[in-house]
Ligand binder design. Structure first.
Ligand SMILES: [Zn+2]
Length: 139
């Protein structure tokens, strides 16, 4: 994902899906792999619209190869700003995705700014988008 940070003025937004597992020992989520933009995605300076084509095939292959141990965990995309904040469209997309059926209770959404990376999560049956941020917690 780091290769797609919008460091330069002309860099376009990029994105993909997060693929990972839940560890049995501690129920932690682990992101094992991500997809990267394909020629079918719509990319502009301020917008990334993922086309399932390419991402879906990559995911299907990995799901099969790992006997379903690795599954869909969410989405990532870049923003041309230092501290990334989700746009109205981002939040609407995330909530729409959360209404679909997946293997997990929680979904994760990463936005990569030019310097900072932030992660939000949504739980099934909850409409609330939560920022997972170490810096926001005391200790
Ligand atoms: Zn965005």
């Amino acid at each position: 994902m780091n290769n797609y940070r919008q460091i330069n003025r002309k860099d376009l937004e990029a994105g993909g899906i997060l693929i990972g597992r839940i560890l049995i020992e501690n129920e932690n989520y682990v992101i094992d792999d991500v997809t990267i933009p394909t020629q079918y995605d719509k990319r502009t300076r301020n917008r990334f619209k993922r086309n399932p084509k390419g991402h879906q095939e990559y995911y299907d292959d990995l799901f099969r190869e790992t006997d379903g141990r690795c599954f869909y965990l969410g989405e990532w995309h870049t923003h041309p700003e230092r501290l990334p904040r989700p746009s109205f469209i981002d939040k609407r997309n995330w909530k729409r995705i959360n209404e679909l059926k997946f293997e997990t209770e929680d979904l994760f959404f990463i936005i990569l700014g030019t310097t900072d990376l932030k992660v939000w999560s949504i739980s099934k049956n909850e409409d609330k988008i939560i920022l997972l941020d170490r810096e926001d917690k005391n200790g």
